[in-house]
Design a protein around this ligand. Structure first.
Ligand code: SF4
Length: 432
């Protein structure tokens, strides 16, 4: 099915029986503030079955005015605030955000593109990040002390980022130090280099900065692993096992040298010899959006659309990446579609808001999501124009709500890990 309306509109139509299709939760047609006051949880969508950690930020009640305002009133207030604040404000919107929010974004991109935009807009006093918590933290790391980063709904976390916390990673690190020691080998390579995916808390980026490690994105994971293997005998990769496994496998690392670390078990559930032989230790984390894609969906797409080009995100499980024609970041997917000859057919394995938007932007192609069930990212879903209007109205009144601040103690080493990533470059090819 090729869909071109926004995901919100499509969900409403499905719920009303005026459009075909299925959603993973009937609650997706509710407004997200319905969930702010319920027991902690990620809310409807792909992460609704995941366990939210105790102590995750809670939003609290959105004032009644913003809950009750219709779309036209919210639109009027948001545009008025943007007009009044001018260059003092920049609104960033992630690719996976709902169209109804992205309509107001000054920049739309992936998490790192948006953090870079935040760094470049030093004239903006307020950076309103319509994404999730770790992205707002990264924007705070890369922006100046004078700028405020605002997350319109504090419940917009990330279930994958929450799967590795600093206490668990410190505990893992101690166990590995006991097993391997800390001395480098004859080639000067230390026993383990920690690598964290951008989709992690600032505390984990800080951990990497303090311990000779580095950050990666889904665009540069191979370059970063090459950087790490030059300096270490093995890598501890967190929190996304799939990005780690898919990347290392593509580099030729055998699967049996990639044990999984379960933080709830001694030695991560491994025996010491498997850890000693390992090249990449994979944290037991995953993205519930990308875990939904299957090899069967790809087979079905190929049967129904002979010649279809299947592109999936590297956060998908390895069998799915192996069965696809290509895998790549959101930016890779976007550029592949832009570069294709008119009349191409794409089956895409990434978040539905982006896929549906790409389908709408490229009527010259047939573009559809591999997963026939509409199941957006639960945490991106928590941002809605109501929250955006609320934080912008407050800014107009001189009040900064929902500010995301990373302490200096964490920020200094986290920036080191990010700078290492920016400095890491693919090896220069030799020969012809
Ligand atoms: S798509 Fe996955 S990794 Fe991205 S914010 Fe949602 S849960 Fe986190």
């Amino acid at each position: 099915m090729t869909l071109t309306a926004s995901v919100d509109t499509t969900l409403t139509q499905i719920s009303a029986g005026t459009a075909p299709g299925a959603a993973c939760s009937p609650d997706l047609v509710e407004k997200p503030w319905v969930f702010d006051l319920r027991a902690p949880g990620y809310g409807p969508g792909s992460s609704m079955g995941d366990v939210i950690p105790a102590g995750s930020p809670r939003q609290g009640a959105l004032p009644a005015f913003y809950r009750e305002a219709d779309a036209a009133e919210l639109d009027r207030r948001i545009l008025a605030a943007k007009e009044a604040l001018g260059d003092r404000l920049v609104i960033l919107g992630h690719f996976y955000q709902r169209d109804e929010v992205l309509a107001y974004a000054d920049y739309v991109g992936d998490s790192f593109q948006l953090a870079t935009a935040a760094r470049e807009r030093t004239d903006a006093e307020a950076i309103v990040f319509c994404g999730v918590h770790f992205m707002a933290e990264t924007a705070d790391l890369l922006s100046t002390d004078e700028q405020s980063v605002i997350l319109p709904n504090l419940a917009a976390g990330c279930s994958m980022a929450d799967m590795a916390n600093i206490d668990q990673v410190e505990e893992c690190w101690e166990q590995l130090a006991e097993l391997y020691g800390t001395e480098p080998d004859a080639d000067g390579r230390v026993p383990v280099i920690p690598v964290t995916y951008m989709n992690s808390s600032a505390a984990l980026k800080g951990f990497c900065g303090r311990n000779g490690g580095i950050v990666c994105t889904s665009s540069n994971a191979q370059t970063v692993l090459e950087w790490a293997f030059e300096r270490g005998q093995r890598v501890l990769f967190f929190p996304d096992q799939h990005l780690g496994r898919n990347t290392a496998k593509a580099m030729g690392v055998p699967l049996d040298l990639m044990p999984m670390w379960n933080p709830n078990k001694p030695l991560g559930g491994n025996d010491a010899s498997a850890l000693k032989d390992s090249r990449v230790i994979l944290w037991h984390g995953f993205c519930s959006v990308h875990k939904r894609f299957t090899v069967d969906q790809i087979a079905k797409a190929r049967t129904e659309f002979p010649g279809v080009r299947v592109i999936v995100h590297p956060e998908c499980p390895m069998p799915v990446v192996d069965a696809a024609d290509e895998s790549g970041s959101t930016d890779y997917i976007r550029k592949a579609i832009e570069a294709a000859p008119a009349g191409s057919t794409f089956a895409i394995g990434t978040e539905i808001n982006l896929v549906q938007r790409l389908a709408a932007e490229h009527p010259e192609h047939t573009i559809f999501c591999l997963d026939p069930v509409i199941c957006p990212c639960s945490t991106m879903y928590r941002i809605h124009p109501g929250y955006l209007a609320w934080v912008l109205d407050a800014l107009l009144g001189g009040e900064v709500l929902n500010q995301i601040t990373v302490s200096d103690e964490v920020a200094l080493p986290a920036r080191i890990a990010l700078e290492r990533m920016l400095a890491a470059r693919p090896p220069v090819p030799t020969g012809v």
